[in-house]
Design a protein around this ligand. Structure first.
Ligand code: ADQ
Length: 584
């Protein structure tokens, strides 16, 4: 009887959900809400954002100087706050023409077309980048925190340079802050020590750090040679944020293991040497409403139609992967699962194609070059084993076919971004590239897997999200993973399926995805098959639930919650002294 009542309730609530979505649903938190919140609560303080990556970079082309907006949900959201409050954003000036565009103090007005805040650039030498960025950040902290079976490398000169570069970021902030009240919002593992320097100089500043990657368990963290100094640096913040509760708990365990401190797991607080630090989780989101609008726009529909024609995908189910080419993202593992699916379910051969868009990333490091080579090898093997019969009249020559080959990464992209320019310079060409038909000859087969080795502008990415019947997010470990949320947001027609690794932060929220471990080829193969075979009604119902999750808590909710928590909790912390902290 209860079962029956539950079923009725389920049917009614799904019907209500569909109705709500059909009528464009309830109002969601928007950019204006974040701006209004910031004006109401932060206008008496100076806002300073600090990140390694800059929101805008300058380059020089044949027409002279131009600027590029470095996209990504987080950058866009923080950009809105910075624009509303006219603060200062401190970041590494990494663009080829950044120095030319900046004043003597490294300042440039941003956004460059309608300036409202200041971007303060920190200059790093090649040696700084080798030691601080490729070294300590990406060869020690990144593998340490991700536990993807790549051994972290610890070198004292890298740690010393990390400390030095963090101090320089802090100095750059201090040059801008003057003696005003200010809130400093630091991003990520590159900048774990910045708060310590800031608080030494100005203990009254409000400072928060958001750590975008996982925090490992204590057995793993213990091997970090400078664990005490790193934790002390992080605890100089008033608030340290992670994506999920599990990472906050790991962090609190590490503090309890390494330092003499009072750790309050229930309140998420650490008290040490008269100072309190709050440790909380805030799962980051995406601008789902905006992404959905982009996906529904006529231009995206047309781009999808063109892509389908160019890639010979008109009567074919399409799978998609979108990642930086990073060993934590499980890209070779994803392709192994795909190959297994084609072995176990040959009915998909010729009826299913997979597009992997992979931006070459951190190519100075061998592990990253290896992941690209391993990916290419798998693509080549799958295409040799399981070629796809070409549909009648598939384009093989002329501008359309040329564009299609560029899109597949088989010829240099006409846009020629920096990622694709890097491409030829460090990897052998020829044998390990996907095979392609000679130009002009009609192909009898097409690739089953298309590998696109470049970064796409977000507007270019949306038609791929639209087109995909399935998106595979198979990280070995990931703080959150925004691709999973972007894909769901970009599928307003609910005709899609997400295959998701349980080792992503996103899996805590997106429980209705097809969850499959990248370490288990069979379960991945089964998940792909299940995702492609599910009956249309349950497929849509599953996507509707996932979409509601992504729409309910978006990037603006995240930003408001983090900023509001800092304001609220620092009110409870006596200035310079925690009320009941043990004195040391
Ligand atoms: P990342 O490791 O970079 O982020 P992710 O969260 O997936 O991973 O974000 C990647 C972003 O880059 C997405 O916005 C995606 O659209 C974009 N992108 C990826 N490949 C692209 C391509 N080829 N072309 C264009 N755009 C591409 C880190 C952590 C994550 C955490 C985020 C945010 O590692 O766990 O979710 O920060 O906190």
């Amino acid at each position: 009887m209860e079962d029956f009542a539950d079923r009725i309730r389920g049917v009614l609530s799904r019907a209500a959900l569909r109705h709500e979505q059909a009528s464009h649903g309830p109002r969601r938190t928007a950019r204006e809400d974040l701006v209004a919140w910031a004006r109401a609560h932060l206008s008496h303080k100076r806002l300073l954002v600090v990140s390694n990556r800059e929101p805008y970079s300058h380059e020089r082309g044949p027409q002279g100087l131009y600027w590029v907006r470095n996209a990504g949900g987080l950058t866009v959201a923080l950009d809105s706050v910075a624009q509303a409050l006219g603060g200062v954003w401190t970041a590494h000036g990494s663009g080829g023409a950044d120095r030319l565009a900046s004043d003597a103090a490294g300042r440039v007005a941003c956004p460059p077309d309608h300036p409202t805040y200041t971007l303060k650039r920190v200059w790093l030498s090649e040696e700084d980048q080798a030691l601080y960025y490729n070294g300590l950040s990406n060869s020690a902290l990144w593998p340490l925190c991700h536990i993807a079976y790549v051994r972290p490398r610890f070198r004292i000169e890298e740690w010393e340079r990390y400390r030095d570069v963090n101090r320089r970021f802090a100095e750059a902030v201090m040059e801008e802050v003057g003696d005003q009240a200010a809130f400093v919002f630091i991003q990520d593992y590159h900048l774990g020590l910045v708060a310590r320097f800031l608080k030494e100089w100005r203990p009254d500043l409000e400072v928060a750090l958001f750590w975008h990657i996982p925090w490992p368990n204590v057995e793993v963290f213990r091997i970090f040679p400078w664990k005490q100094e790193l934790l002390e640096g992080m605890l100089a913040n008033d608030l340290v944020g992670f994506h999920i509760r599990h990472h906050t708990q790991n962090f609190l365990d590490a503090v309890a293991d390494v330092l003499e401190a009072r750790v309050d797991r229930e309140r998420g607080a650490v008290e040490r040497a008269g100072k309190r630090t709050w440790v909380r989780d805030f799962p980051i989101g995406v601008d789902a409403t905006e992404i959905a609008a982009m996906a529904e726009a006529q231009v995206a529909r047309e781009a999808e139609r063109r892509l389908r024609a160019e890639l010979g995908l008109v009567d074919c189910r399409v799978g998609l992967g979108v990642d930086r080419l990073d060993y934590t993202k499980g890209i070779p593992e994803r392709l192994d699962g795909l190959e297994r699916m084609l072995e176990k379910h040959p009915e998909w051969i010729g009826r299913f194609s997979f597009i992997q868009i992979g931006v070459p990333s951190r190519i100075g490091l061998k592990e990253y070059r290896d992941v690209l080579l391993r990916t290419r090898k798998r693509v080549e093997r799958i295409n040799e084993r399981f070629p796809r019969p070409a549909p009648e009249g598939a384009a093989t020559a002329g501008p359309e076919a040329e564009a299609a080959r560029a899109v597949r990464g088989e010829t240099p992209s006409p846009a020629g971004d920096s990622a694709s320019r890097h491409d030829g310079s460090f990897l052998p060409s020829g044998d390990d590239r996907p095979r392609r038909p000679p130009p002009g000859n009609a192909p009898s087969t097409l690739p089953t897997v298309h590998l696109i080795e470049r970064s796409l502008d977000f507007r270019e990415l949306v038609p791929y999200y639209r087109m995909a019947d399935l998106c595979a997010v198979t990280s070995l470990h990931d703080g959150m993973n925004l691709v999973a949320k972007e894909y769901i947001a970009a599928t307003p027609d609910l005709d899609g399926a997400l295959v998701l690794s349980p080792f992503t932060g996103a899996a805590r929220e997106l429980e209705r995805a097809f969850i499959a471990s990248p370490y288990d080829r069979e379960s991945m193969a089964d998940a792909y098959h299940a995702a492609l075979s599910e009956a249309p009604e349950s497929r849509r119902e599953r996507m509707a639930a996932l979409r509601e999750t992504v729409l309910r808590y978006n990037i603006f909710d995240w930003a408001i919650e983090v900023l509001d928590t800092v304001q609220r909790l620092t009110l409870r912390t006596p200035q310079g002294e925690a009320a009941d902290a043990p004195k040391e």
